[in-house]
Design a protein around this ligand. Structure first.
Ligand code: DX5
Ligand code: ZN
Length: 216
């Protein structure tokens, strides 16, 4: 039986106090730590790369969920796994040879996820769904934290669930962007297994309490 999981996004953490924020997440009910890597090419923003990943590897006691918003992710997945990624997700839109990248991630010992932008239809996953460990549905256009949730995501969760069931896939469904205390219950009810939350967690006085509330 799958449980409701929360993956706080480090993008909204305080990078001057990264060790403190990771320790806070270690002590919380967070299930995963979500690591958003942006290259300024696939998305119109640059976040961070390996030096931050090193800090995550050093301090995190949680499952490390790496979301690569970069072009040519096949060049870097191995290094992310060597630096402690438990799951690496790559964008459908960034991979010419998606099956090859998914296989590479799994061969190197990590779980592999595929990410869909809000405008990419779920049906594009028909021939990869049996091979992936996770489908990450973007519920905002990737690139920035704190954006407004796109309502069409509910429909995409239902479609992803159908695709998973009809292919006997064991893939989890993760939703990323604009998740908050108002929509989390509805998202879990719709079939999401993992919710990413950046702003909703780190902008509150008690991130740990918010993580608890997101799971209710
Ligand atoms: C968006 C990132 C998200 C983002 C979520 O490009 O992939 O993980 O940090 O942040 P919130 O929860 O603030 O929308
Ligand atoms: Zn993300």
């Amino acid at each position: 039986m799958k449980t409701k999981m929360i993956a706080p996004s480090l993008l909204s953490a305080d990078f001057g106090n990264l060790e403190r924020d990771i320790e806070m997440l270690n002590q919380s009910q967070a299930d995963w730590i979500h690591v958003d890597v942006m290259d300024g090419r696939f998305v119109p923003n640059i976040s961070f790369g390996f030096p931050v990943m090193k800090t995550v590897q050093k301090f995190s006691k949680k499952f490390v969920d790496v979301h690569l918003m970069i072009v040519e992710p096949e060049k870097y997945v191995e290094e992310f796994i060597a630096q402690g990624a438990d799951l690496v997700s790559v964008h459908y839109e960034a991979c010419i040879h998606l099956h090859r990248v998914i296989s590479l991630i799994q061969e190197k010992g990590a779980k592999a996820g595929v990410v869909l932008n809000p405008s990419t239809p779920v049906l594009m996953l028909e021939d990869i769904i049996a091979d992936v460990d996770l489908v990450l549905l973007m519920s905002v256009n990737p690139g920035f934290g704190g954006q407004k949730f796109i309502e069409n995501t509910y429909k995409k969760i239902a479609e992803t669930k159908d695709l998973i069931l009809s292919n006997n896939s064991t893939a989890l469904i993760e939703v990323d962007g604009g998740v908050n205390l108002e929509n989390c219950g509805k998202l879990f009810d719709a079939g999401a297994d993992v919710l990413v939350a950046g702003n909703a967690v780190f902008s509150t006085d008690s991130p740990q309490k918010t993580i608890e509330l997101l799971k209710l």
